[in-house]
Design a protein around this ligand. Structure first.
Ligand SMILES: CC(=O)N[C@H]1[C@@H](OP(=O)(O)OP(=O)(O)OC[C@H]2O[C@@H](n3ccc(=O)[nH]c3=O)[C@H](O)[C@@H]2O)O[C@H](CO)[C@@H](O)[C@@H]1O
Ligand SMILES: C=C(OP(=O)(O)O)C(=O)O
Length: 513
């Protein structure tokens, strides 16, 4: 067996795997059976045309009783050492959103032409969906500068080769149902996973997709889907929850069928709007974008070469504004999608935040309105009323955790009411480790009393994306040294967050055990 210096790492690893398999006298089909995957997936792995997770490499090692590459099944976790209490200054730019990227990646399955997604954030959640797409035969390639993704699906998807490991780590796999149901009469998908936020039911998705003829039974870690033949008659969908991904699933199902679909109680949130703009490029007609009633005229066969710029992430914008606010700094957060931050800014204004907005300009998708926001050091006071999230146009559910931290910097009592997630508020009590007065009134309500005299501490990173970032930002406010242990979850939704905060003047060092 030879691997050449010119080989890419995946090609070299694929060659090693082929050699070890042949040494064992196994066919590709036999190795596939040992790994519960398909022969075509093994062929792609051996050609170096499929991304490999560390878990998959470990399973291949075990299946071949080999040690092809010394792989630790649990890579060493990353920690951050933060020297807090330093003012930040300068400008930081908001990246494109995780939630739009995952929806657009799933929607690309509808298109038999070439999709190019521009300005995709390099985050782990994107990597996971990309790995899943590649495992079913979709050609997904990053541009040389690493900013754009080219996606070309094969005529027939290899759903039996699906990368279970990657799929089970993301909740977004649930969004494969919508695009697939117009294309496959029966198929299987692994169960959806995601952050530790408490129970998140998928029932609203099933309710939303039933009018399209989808019938799903769930058995031992898999969803088994059967789809009735589409009669072409108009479909009326009433969502029981105004959820973002459930709206996206219904939209994708509607986009992939001839005829009209009406979706009521739809989420008009930012990622849904991004998805609508992309679907329009594919030739799908959608009335009511940005409202709760969507009227869709789809196309059973879509074959279009399109490019779409993913729009800016309001949750990252909120995270970066919070960095400035809690460190008492003057910073500018550039490219904020203002339609999705207005309520947050109104609440912050009531709390005494001083900020200015630049004139509006248009995002590269040609649709989203952007502004640059400059925050100045301010004396914050607790709001009179509780702070609670609502589906858009309300205060964004993912922005709520940042208000617990801002409330801890404000004078007075703030009640934070997270009615949405069973487990997210609990993670915010970690702020007490850094000196904040945060009391859990019940699993959904926090009483925060400020202002806080922050002090450095060592904290294990909460197993949830936004609370993890909240603790990091609190450490930047706390004089002295803090350590945040096991921060890998942050990369699920933020690209190079620590490095970008360092550019603003934060003192953060990354280390491993
Ligand atoms: C990939 C993606 O886009 N993820 C976002 C999406 O997840 P996603 O759309 O998956 O959110 P879920 O369906 O899990 O909804 C979140 C929670 O809100 C509840 N619920 C939601 C809407 C409603 O009208 N009533 C109601 O009770 C759900 O039961 C659930 O407990 O929306 C969440 C809520 O904004 C965000 O936190 C996630 O970042
Ligand atoms: C909960 C979140 O996302 P997801 O739906 O990807 O878990 C989040 O972005 O905070």
């Amino acid at each position: 067996m030879t691997t050449t210096l010119g080989d890419t790492p995946l090609v070299a690893i694929g060659t090693l795997i082929r050699g070890a398999r042949q040494n064992k006298g196994l066919t590709q089909a036999q190795l596939a059976e040992r790994l519960s995957t398909s022969q075509s997936a093994i062929a792609r792995i051996e050609q170096g045309s499929q991304n490999l997770s560390v878990d998959m490499l470990a399973r291949i090692n075990a299946a071949l009783e080999a040690d092809l590459l010394p792989i630790s099944s649990s890579p060493r976790p990353t920690h951050l050492r933060v020297s807090g209490g330093h003012r930040l200054s300068g400008t930081i730019t908001v990246n494109s959103s995780k939630n739009a990227a995952v929806a657009l990646l799933c929607a690309s399955l509808l298109n038999r032409g070439r999709t190019v997604l521009r300005g995709v954030a390099r985050i782990v959640e994107v990597d996971r969906i990309v790995a899943v797409l590649q495992s079913i035969g979709v050609q997904v390639t990053w541009s040389q500068d690493g900013r754009d993704l080219e996606i070309i699906r094969p005529a027939d998807l290899d759903l039996s080769g699906i990368d279970d490991d990657a799929a089970r780590r993301t909740r977004s796999i649930i969004m494969f149902f919508g695009p697939l149901l117009g294309q496959e009469p029966t198929f299987e998908l692994p169960y959806a996973g995601g952050c530790d936020l408490g129970t998140r039911t998928v029932e609203p998705h099933m309710i939303a997709l039933r009018p399209f003829g989808l019938d799903v039974t769930a058995t031992s870690g898999e969803y088994h889907a059967r789809v009735a033949k589409d009669t072409g008659a108009p479909v009326y969908v009433v969502l029981t929850e105004r959820g973002d991904t459930v709206t996206e699933n219904a939209l994708m199902a509607a986009a992939g069928r001839d005829g009209e679909t009406v979706i009521r109680n739809a989420s008009p949130n930012y990622m849904v709007q991004d998805l609508c703009f992309y679907l329009e490029l594919l030739g799908v007609s959608i009335e009511g974008i940005g409202t709760t009633t969507l009227r869709v005229r789809g196309r059973r066969v879509i074959e279009a070469d399109v490019e779409y710029h993913v729009s800016e992430d309001p949750v990252e914008a909120m995270s970066l504004l919070t960095a400035g606010i809690v460190t008492g700094s003057e910073i500018t957060v550039a490219r904020v999608p203002i339609e999705f931050m207005e309520i947050e800014l109104a609440v912050l204004g009531e709390m005494g935040l001083r900020y200015t907005l630049s004139p509006e300009y248009t995002a590269l998708n040609g649709r989203t309105r952007l502004v640059d926001i400059t925050v100045s050091p301010s004396d914050l006071k607790a709001p009179i009323d509780k702070i609670h999230p609502m589906p858009f146009p309300g205060l964004n559910i993912d922005n709520l955790p940042f208000f617990a931290l801002i409330a801890a910097c404000a004078t007075g009592h703030t009640t934070i009411h997270d009615w949405v997630y069973d487990n997210r508020a609990i993670h915010l009590t970690d702020l007490t480790r850094l000196g904040a007065d945060v009391r859990l009134l019940d699993p959904h309500r926090l009483d925060v009393t400020g202002p806080t005299r922050w002090s450095g501490a060592e904290v294990s990173c909460p197993p949830a994306l936004r609370p993890a970032v909240v603790i990091l930002l609190a450490m930047m406010a706390a004089k002295g040294t803090s350590v945040l242990r096991g921060v890998d979850i942050i990369a699920r939704g933020y690209e190079q967050l620590a490095d970008r905060l360092i550019e603003l003047g934060a003192h953060i060092e990354t280390f491993r055990d």
